[in-house]
Design a protein around this ligand. Sequence first.
Ligand code: FAD
Length: 319
Amino acid sequence: MTEVSPRQTSDTSQRIAKLLHSRATPIRGQLSVSFEFFPPATEAMQAKLWASIERLAPLSPAFMSVTYGAGGSTRDRTHATVKRILSDAGIRPAAHLTCVGATREEVDAVVRSYRDAGIGHIVALRGDPRDPAQGFTPHPGGYQNAADLVAGIRRIGDFDISVAAYPEKHPDSPDMQADLDNLKRKIDAGANRAITQFFFDNDTYLRFLDKARAHGISVPIVPGIMPVTNFNKLCRFADSCGAVIPPWLAQLFEGLDDNPEERKLIAASVAISQCERLLEHGVRSFHFYTLNRSELTRAICHSLGLRPLENKVLQNGAA
Ligand SMILES: Cc1cc2nc3c(=O)[nH]c(=O)nc-3n(C[C@H](O)[C@H](O)[C@H](O)COP(=O)(O)OP(=O)(O)OC[C@H]3O[C@@H](n4cnc5c(N)ncnc54)[C@H](O)[C@@H]3O)c2cc1C
C-alpha cells in the first residue's frame, strides 16, 4: 500500500472541497422551476394528473401551465384545470392559448374569462392545425400569429405573458434570423418571457441565447426540459416540431423498448446532466414538460437542490 503524506492528504481534501463546492447546487430562492401539464381527457387521466400535481406542488414552482388542444379542443378542460391549480394547489397557473380556428372575439372571450377567474398568466401561441401537413392559415376573423395574440391579450388586461422560442428554429421559419425577428415581435408586443421548445444539445440553446441577446431580446428565455419517457414517441414529436434528436441520445435508448424501468433511469440521468450543465452556465430557471408525470421531474429537481416544503398540502383533498 502506498504511504500518504499529511501534505498529500491536505491536497486531497482541498481538491474534494473544491469539487464539492463546484458541484454545490443553488439554494431555494435562487432557482425557479415551472411545470407543464396537459388537460386530462378521462377520469383516470384526471386522477393521475392530480396525483402528479400533488407531488410537484411542494416544490413551490413559479407556475404550473396547462396546454391548449389544437383548435381550442380542450378549452373547457384547460380552463377547469388552471382554475383548480389555483384553488386547490395554491400555485400560480398559466393557461396556454392559441389562435387556431377561432375569431378574435372568441379568443378575447377566453382571455376575459381567465382574467375574471383570477388567472393572471397566459402562454400565448399561434398553435398548429389538426393536420400539420395543411400548414397554418389564420382564421379570417382571427389573430394572425402569436405576436398578434400577445397584443390582443395586452389590450384586455395586465397579464403575465409567456411565448414560445425555438433554439433549433421553428420549422415554418426560413432561417434563424427570421425566427429571432418573430420572437422580438412577440416580446415587443408585450410578452414577459419566452419558454423554449425542448432540446438536448445545450450548446444550441446557449448559442441561441447569445443570438437573442444580440438581437435586443432581453426577457428571460427559459429552457424547456423534456424528460424522455417514451423514446419512440419523442422521435415522432421531435420530427413534427423540428427538434433534433442527437445520435448519442438514440444510442442511449437503443434496445430499451421493452424495459421501461431502465429507460426511466437513463431518462433521469440524461435530464439531470443536461440541467446540471445549464446550471454551470448560469441558468437558474427551468420549465419541465412533465407529460402529467411527477417522478422524473421530482428527481431532476431534487438533483438541482430543490426540496419539497413539507407543510405544503393541497386544499379540498385534491388528489
Ligand atoms: C413552450 C411551448 C408551449 C406550447 N404549447 C402549446 C399548446 O398549448 N397548444 C398548442 O396547440 N401548441 C403549443 N405549442 C406549439 C406551438 O403552437 C407551435 O410550435 C406552433 O407551430 C407555433 O406557435 P408559435 O406561438 O411559436 O407561433 P408564432 O410565433 O406565431 O410563429 C410561428 C412561425 O411562423 C413564423 N411567423 C410568424 N409570424 C410571421 C410573420 N408575420 N411573418 C413571417 N413569419 C412569421 C415564425 O417565424 C415562426 O417560424 C407550444 C410550443 C412551445 C415551445
